[in-house]
Design a protein around this ligand. Structure first.
Ligand code: 4UV
Length: 561
């Protein structure tokens, strides 16, 4: 059985907590925070320019940890080992909430900020969360989700901490408060009351101590809580360094557009740049005009994207209006990246500058692997265009032909990619069956993706075996949409698939539905009306990325395997 290893061999695995890895001094230099001066900026709010230095982030995180334990109104808001849920678009408060919770010994579950109350309630219950940190905009949904979760009305507001747009706690500008947030505990109410001297200490084994719970449907079924441990996170930060484009403290600036709640943004924006001493300029979401304006304003040198962002950069006229010459690297991940797209964007951006370099490279990973397993080195970005790159250190890989891993794919032949190493999740939360289906007794994690490995050790994703649709990098589990569609009174049966859209470089969820009373919709017009109605109905039920953008087909019967 061929087991492939990384050309980089193995790195020593650190046994520290996430907080220690990020914030503990790594030298005798005074004011050292995680290996770099406390005065270096760590995160910058793109819209206002308000920033948190490394030292401020550490202090604010320990201050929040103190506030959570010594809440003036009640007993501790959450105790060591309990789960808190973050439901907010990217903001400057995010790293404080995340690292403050981690410092308090809490686990953080991160929810898509576009979730409906139903989706949020599912994650709140499934993760057994104690509290919700929500943006002001998310407040109505958070309240509704808590009600749907069975929290008594009188307790709902006690389970919420609001992250406002007022940035005075970070030395930034004030902003009007939402009247809906009156009387609720706000982030700033918990800051400035004191500071934990150090993070809550862990007694146990950090390889088994869960710190983050992102949600992923894996190869099948509904979203499941992925138990990412302290060791998973600290290990990946060092492993990635071998292949990530070099980052220089004081020089490189990352423009952060990926959502922090997704493992890609969590790892590559909230953690990795900090370990290199480089600031992340926080943007709430990708907007082409603001993207170009912020690259120019903050002289961003690198950004991480998904393929549909490159489609926009290939075509949008605003790209010609700004000086984007500081931008040296774009890393694409979370979905397949086409050759033509790379060429078009690279040629477009290079044609607008005199000298200098600009490269688009790619990385591959999954929520379950913390996340990166492969990266394409910059020097190979053109030579191996289309490849997800080579295996990161400390990982092993196999390409297998069958479900049990008895038959390995031949040299250069496609097989399901299996990976093994310290960055594979602990398992799915409270779901030993799904965990056993995903990770073999020998520790191999089954990615559900089909890959080819060339003779030089570069991998190419060529197919997907699992039941998963990706819309602009976001997971859309077909089973989840099918379950929702089956609650429609006129739908008897359904199958959801992903439709490739080359134009948008993404898949689009499409449903095939069977009417409960087919005799009622015999004409083409009646069928079209029914289909359109279902598309609209779904928009009231699920988050934006799960809309049936690929349309609905009305059929007589869903073929069963
Ligand atoms: O679980 P998830 O939503 O996770 C992700 C994570 C993406 C990345 C990518 C590179 C990084 O460096 C990083 O930090 C995070 O998307 O979905 C996992 C599935 O997404 C597809 C594939 O089907 C995975 O099983 N996918 C991810 N990256 C790629 C990809 C890629 N480069 N090319 C093709 N498919």
């Amino acid at each position: 059985m061929p087991i492939y290893t990384s050309p980089f061999g193995d790195h020593p695995i650190l046994s520290t907590s996430v907080f220690t890895r990020l914030f503990a001094p790594r030298s005798d230099a005074p004011g050292d925070v995680g290996g770099f001066p406390a005065s270096l900026p760590a995160f910058v709010d793109a819209a206002t320019g308000t920033s948190l230095t490394r030292g401020q982030l550490r202090a604010q995180s320990l201050s929040l940890a103190y506030g959570l334990k010594h809440n003036p109104n009640t007993s501790p808001l959450a105790n060591r080992g309990e789960v808190v849920l973050i439901y907010s678009p990217n903001s400057l408060a995010w790293p404080v909430v995340l690292f403050g919770s981690v410092a308090a010994g809490l686990r953080c579950t991160l929810a898509n900020s576009a979730y409906t109350s139903h989706e949020l309630s599912y994650q709140y219950n499934d993760s057994r969360a104690k509290l919700i940190f929500t943006s002001e905009e998310g407040l109505p949904v958070a309240r509704a989700a808590l009600a749907e979760s069975g929290v008594p009305n009188k307790d709902i507001d006690k389970r919420i901490i609001v992250l406002g747009n007022d940035l005075r706690w970070a030395g930034g500008p004030s902003a009007p408060r939402s009247p809906a947030a009156a009387g609720l505990l706000k982030l700033e109410d918990l800051l400035g009351k004191g500071e934990l001297k150090e993070e809550e200490k862990f007694e146990g084994d950090l390889a088994h101590e869960t710190t983050y719970l992102c949600y992923s449907s894996g190869t099948t079924g509904k979203p499941k809580g992925v138990e990412t441990t302290h060791q998973n996170v600290t290990t990946i930060m060092d492993m990635v360094g071998s292949l990530f484009p070099p980052l220089t403290a004081g020089v490189d600036v990352i423009l952060g557009i990926l959502p922090f709640f997704h493992i890609y943004g969590l790892g590559k924006l909230l953690h990795y740049p900090f370990t290199r001493g480089c600031p992340v300029v926080i943007e709430t979401r990708f907007d082409p005009v603001r993207f170009c304006a912020y690259v120019a304003k903050y002289k961003a040198t690198l950004s991480l994207v998904v393929p549909p962002v490159l489609v926009i950069l290939a075509r949008h006229p605003v790209v010609d209006d700004y000086d984007l010459s500081s931008l040296k690297v774009l890393i694409s991940g979370a979905a397949p990246l086409g050759y033509n797209l790379v060429k078009t964007v690279t040629d477009r951006l290079l044609s607008r500058r005199r000298g200098g370099t600009f490269t688009i490279t790619q990385a591959y990973g999954l929520t379950e692997t913390s996340p990166t397993t492969h990266m394409l080195p910059l020097k190979d970005a053109i030579r191996k265009i289309g490849s997800i790159g080579i295996l990161l250190p400390n990982l092993e890989a196999r390409l297998v032909e069958d479900d049990d891993g008895k038959v390995d794919a031949g040299e250069g032949q496609p097989g399901e990619l299996w990976v093994r190493g310290k960055t594979v999740m602990k398992g799915y939360l409270n779901n030993p069956t799904a965990t056993a289906n995903a990770i073999t007794s020998e520790g191999w994690f089954k990615t559900g993706d089909v890959a080819i490995r060339d003779s030089e050790g570069y991998y190419y994703i060529v197919d997907r075996r699992k039941e998963l649709i990706k819309y602009k990098g976001f997971q859309v589990p077909p089973a989840e949409l099918e379950n929702v569609l089956l609650t429609h009174p006129d739908i008897a049966d359904v199958a959801v698939i992903g439709l490739e859209s080359a134009k948008e470089a993404t898949e689009l969820p499409r449903a095939y539905i069977v009417h409960a009373h087919p005799e009622k919709i015999t004409t083409a017009r009646a069928k079209a009306e029914f289909a359109n109605g279902v598309v609209k109905w779904m928009e009231t039920k699920v988050a934006r990325h799960k809309y049936l953008r690929g349309g609905v087909g009305v059929i007589d019967v869903v073929p069963k395997r």
